[in-house]
Design a protein around this ligand. Structure first.
Ligand SMILES: Cc1cc2nc3c(=O)[nH]c(=O)nc-3n(C[C@H](O)[C@H](O)[C@H](O)COP(=O)(O)OP(=O)(O)OC[C@H]3O[C@@H](n4cnc5c(N)ncnc54)[C@H](O)[C@@H]3O)c2cc1C
Length: 294
C-alpha cells in the first residue's frame, strides 16, 4: 500500500485553509504553517463569485455560512456623476442557473471562521500557528521548509508545498525573485456601517457599483442585512509605505469626501454617512510563468 502523501501549506488565509480542505479531500495529510500566533478574525465584506462559491460548496463551507452570507439579487451599475442606471445583471437564482453556483457576499471573518471550523474538524489537517516559513529547498523527492517559531529555527519536510502566504509571499519571493508586488496606484477605502445609518438604496439585497472618473464605489448589505459594506476605490498615492498592518490604517472622512464631491447626491450621501474609514493599498503582481515547479 502506498504511503499517504504529506502536503505543506504556507499561510492560513482564505487560500491556505481552502487548499488544505481540498488536498485533505483528495486523501493527502496536510500541515498548514501560519506565522500569526492567533488568527484574528478581521476584515470586512468579500464578494464570492460562482467560480469560488462552487468550490466552497463542494467543501461544505456554504452551508456553514447559512444565515451569515447574503445572496444579492442583482448587480446594479450606476453612473457616479449622473446617478443614472448603466446596467443591471441578475444574480441570485439566475446566477445559480447560469453558472451552477451562487454569487454571495460575506464578511471575511465569517468565511475564515467557517473554513477554520472545517479544518479543525478534519483529522488529516494540522494547523501550526506561530510558525513562519523562512526558506525552502528541494531535498531529493521532498521539499524541505525552514521555519522560525518561539521554539527556534527548525525544518519540516513534505511531498509538496503550497505557497498561500499572501501578497508578500516568502515562497514566491524564493521561487520567483523578479515577481515582486507593485503598488497599483489605487487605494481601497472601506467601511462597515449599521444598516439603519445607510440610505435606503444601499439596503436593497443587491450589489451596487458606481463608476466615475478615477474612482469607483461598491456597496452591499452584509450579515442578514444588519450592516452595509462600502468600498471606495480611488487613484491615489500610498504615503504610508512602511505601514505593515495595511488592514487597519485609518482614513480621514474629509479626504475621501473631497474625492466624491462632484458625484451624484446618492453616492455622496453614502460616503458622508461613514465616520470610521479604513484604507488599504492595492498591489499588482505580474503573472507567474508557471504555478508549479518540481
Ligand atoms: C487581515 C486581513 C484582512 C483582510 N480583509 C479583507 C477584506 O475585508 N476584504 C477583501 O476583499 N479582502 C480582504 N483581505 C484580503 C483577502 O482575504 C485576500 O487577499 C484573499 O483572500 C487572498 O487570500 P490569501 O489566502 O491568498 O492571502 P491572505 O489572506 O493574505 O493570507 C496569507 C496568510 O499567510 C500568512 N503568512 C504570510 N507569510 C507567511 C510566512 N512566511 N510563513 C507563514 N505564514 C505566512 C499570513 O499571516 C496570512 O495569514 C484581507 C486579508 C487579510 C490578511
Amino acid at each position: 500500500m502506498s504511503e499517504t502523501r504529506h502536503a505543506l501549506i504556507a499561510g492560513a488565509g482564505i487560500g491556505g485553509l481552502a487548499a488544505a480542505l481540498t488536498l485533505a479531500r483528495a486523501g493527502l495529510r496536510v500541515t498548514i504553517l501560519e506565522q500569526a500566533a492567533e488568527l484574528v478574525e478581521t476584515g470586512a465584506g468579500l464578494q464570492l463569485s460562482p467560480n469560488a462559491s462552487g468550490l466552497l460548496d463542494r467543501l461544505g463551507i456554504l452551508r456553514r455560512l447559512d444565515g451569515l452570507a447574503l445572496y444579492p439579487e442583482r448587480l446594479r451599475v450606476r453612473s457616479g456623476t449622473t446617478g443614472s442606471d448603466l446596467m443591471s445583471m441578475p444574480l441570485g437564482r439566475a446566477a445559480q442557473t447560469r453558472w451552477g453556483a451562487p454569487t454571495l457576499v460575506a464578511h471575511r471573518a465569517d468565511l475564515q471562521s467557517a473554513l477554520l471550523a472545517a479544518v479543525s474538524e478534519n483529522m488529516n489537517i494540522t494547523l501550526r500557528k506561530g510558525v513562519q516559513i523562512t526558506g525552502l529547498a528541494q531535498d531529493g523527492p521532498l521539499v524541505r521548509v525552514e521555519t522560525l517559531s518561539d521554539a527556534g529555527i527548525s525544518a519540516i519536510c513534505g511531498d509538496l508545498l503550497v505557497g498561500a502566504d499572501g501578497l508578500h509571499s516568502r515562497v514566491r519571493a524564493i521561487l520567483y525573485r523578479k515577481h515582486t508586488p507593485v503598488f497599483s496606484g489605487r487605494v481601497a477605502w472601506r467601511a462597515l456601517i449599521p444598516a439603519e445609518q445607510a440610505p435606503a438604496f444601499a439596503r436593497q439585497p443587491e450589489t451596487g457599483l458606481w463608476l466615475g472618473p478615477r474612482a469607483h464605489l461598491v456597496h452591499y448589505p452584509l450579515r442578514q442585512a444588519s450592516e452595509v459594506n462600502i468600498i471606495a476605490i480611488v487613484e491615489d498615492q500610498w504615503r504610508d509605505a512602511k505601514t505593515h498592518d495595511f488592514w487597519s490604517a485609518r482614513g480621514l472622512s474629509h479626504e475621501i469626501g473631497e474625492r466624491f464631491d462632484d458625484w451624484h447626491r446618492d453616492a455622496r450621501r453614502l460616503i458622508e454617512g461613514v465616520s470610521d474609514w479604513r484604507r488599504w493599498p492595492l498591489f499588482d503582481c505580474e503573472p507567474l510563468p508557471r504555478w508549479s515547479c518540481a
